[in-house]
Design a protein around this ligand. Sequence first.
Ligand SMILES: C[S@@+](CC[C@H](N)C(=O)[O-])C[C@H]1O[C@@H](n2cnc3c(N)ncnc32)[C@H](O)[C@@H]1O
Length: 274
Amino acid sequence: MKDVVENRKRIGSTNKLRLAWIALRENGPVWCFLLLIYYTASTVAHRSFQAQDGLRKRRHIPGLNSPTLNKAIWETWDWSVQGDEWTQSPQWKDSVRHAVLERELPTDADFLEIGPGAGRWTEYLLERARRYEGIDISNSCVEYCRNRFGDDSRATFTLGSGHDLVNVADNSIDAIWSFDAFVHINATEVEGYIGEFARVLRPNGVAVIHHGGVGGAMGGWRSNLTAKAFHDMVCKHGLLLERSFDQWSDAGMVHTVAYGDRIAVIRKSKVEAR
Ligand SMILES: C[S@@+](CC[C@H](N)C(=O)[O-])C[C@H]1O[C@@H](n2cnc3c(N)ncnc32)[C@H](O)[C@@H]1O
């Protein structure tokens, strides 16, 4: 049904009237009235979204993605399905695990995860970890993960400010992973984190970050971050953007991230800059 609204510009007015007449004949007035409500409401919703997005850009307001709102939202989230509400399919999750996480991240390494939520990816990181630290802006996530993974002495979970890694030592991390968290974080706070990556990563360390790419223009509660702004920040802080992709092939299937998102593979140079 969404297609009826999204493709409305592809059908001329005369044709729309003709189609409406056929629909009325075949389905009756009640069904057609309900369709009209849906059609009108969707059009209004679409225009409101565009106006709201424009206002956010013009006035530089944070939308739903400020640290305060992120904290408030995720503190009260229902974590009963442990983040799998964002899993597109079991095959997709397997592929993120094997063709992204395991392909890009080292083994026997010191890991940092930003925004672990209820630990959807944490169990896979722990399989490869010498030491693991999860930092989240939400206390309920920290508590959830402490309960879920508390028996593992290599793992610690701490509450973060939402824009820095003050409690993480310089040159102490081999790999950083963050999925479905940076998509919700505005550019100012993302830049805070990227500056910190340059500090906490060891030489040749890697960060694999799923982030927003189109400044929220495709919906999905995304932040104002764009792929270009992200790339510029990475370069500004002396890191290398090795790769950035929004789809990948695995066992004959193509998998994607939604809403114009990207997955970035960032590397710190092997040699410390003087
Ligand atoms: C959509 S959930 C994803 C959770 C988990 N990574 C997953 O994939 O299931 C977003 C997570 O990012 C965290 N988060 C949001 N803003 C953050 C910020 N500025 N710093 C750290 N964590 C943040 C939230 O608390 C939440 O745990």
